[in-house]
Structures are given as C-alpha cells and as structure tokens.
Design a protein. Structure first.
Length: 168
C-alpha cells in the first residue's frame, strides 16, 4: 500500500510580486513606477499553459528546441489602483507600442498614469491609454526590477543568465 508523503518543512511563501494580466472585459488603472521597461523574448508553452523565457543561448533554450512560439513581452513595475498594490504588468507588443506612442518622448515612464482595457474574447487586444503624467511625484514607492522576480517565477536555473533580446 502506498504511504502518504509527509512534509518535513513548511514551504516558503511565493514571490511577493505577482504578474498582472488583464482578463476579457476588464479595465484597470495603473501608475508606472519603472523608469523604463524590461523587454524580453519568451515562449508560450501550450502544454504547461505558461510563459517561459527564451534563453540567450538558443541551443540550450527548451522553447527554441521544441519550436514553441516566440512572444515579445514588456514588463513594468506599477501600482494597480483597483487592488491598491504594486504588481508587475505584462504588456503585449501592441500595448507596448501604444505606450511608446503616447508617453512623452525621452522621458522616464515613472509617474505616468495609464489605463488598460481588454475587449471581448480571449484573443481580444489590449487598449492602453496614457491619462496623466506626474514626473515630479515624490510620494511614489521605489521601483523594483522585474528581472530577478520573474526569473524566479520562471524557475530559471541560473538567474544571471541573459535573455534573448534583453536590453540591459
Ligand atoms: Zn528560445
């Protein structure tokens, strides 16, 4: 008879920061804390239904080796107004282009207030709108680098590894 596997340790809590994705019909408001975004190539692992990073070393990239679709993602550290907490926001290429097109040129993103809406259906695109800019807002919490936290979420064996397409 099989025996129950007992736990001899209490597992440590998960990462403090979660990655925010918008569901259909959802609208959310954010203040950007990051001065700039973290842009990376990822793969969509359909089998495990999750995002995995694309490794700079493509010969050792599980996604490239298995021909998983390549997806661009841009990550920002933001305050999510409705939830009243800081999260990492994941932007699609389309949303990233909308932010780039509306943000003041050559200025940091930090202090921008944006809203993000997703239309009907799982494939509906994101609509990003820049509402206000408070570049001299001093009450904002410090920004956090998404890289170490997302790297931990993605279970990268080596956290110092560089991702393909990464802009340092
Ligand atoms: Zn890859």
């Amino acid at each position: 008879m099989a025996s129950v596997r007992e736990a001899d340790q209490i597992p440590s809590p998960g990462p403090r920061h979660e990655v925010m994705r918008l569901s259909a019909h959802e609208t959310a408001h954010f203040t950007i804390l990051s001065r700039t975004w973290w842009k990376v190539w990822t793969h969509w692992d359909d089998y495990r239904a999750r995002t995995i990073p694309c490794d700079q070393d493509q010969a050792n990239c599980r996604g490239c080796q298995n021909h998983l679709p390549l997806r661009f993602k841009a990550y920002l550290h933001v305050i999510h107004h409705e939830a009243r907490k800081a999260v990492f926001l994941e932007l699609t290429p389309n949303a990233a282009k909308q932010l780039e097109g509306q943000a003041p040129p050559n200025e940091p993103f930090r202090g921008l207030e944006i809203s993000l809406a997703r239309g009907h259906g799982p494939k509906a695109g994101l609509r990003l709108t820049v509402n206000q800019y408070h570049p001299r807002e001093t009450n904002l919490p410090p920004e956090q680098d998404p890289k170490p936290i997302l790297t931990a979420l993605w279970e990268m064996p080596d956290r110092r590894r560089r991702f393909r397409g990464e802009v340092a």
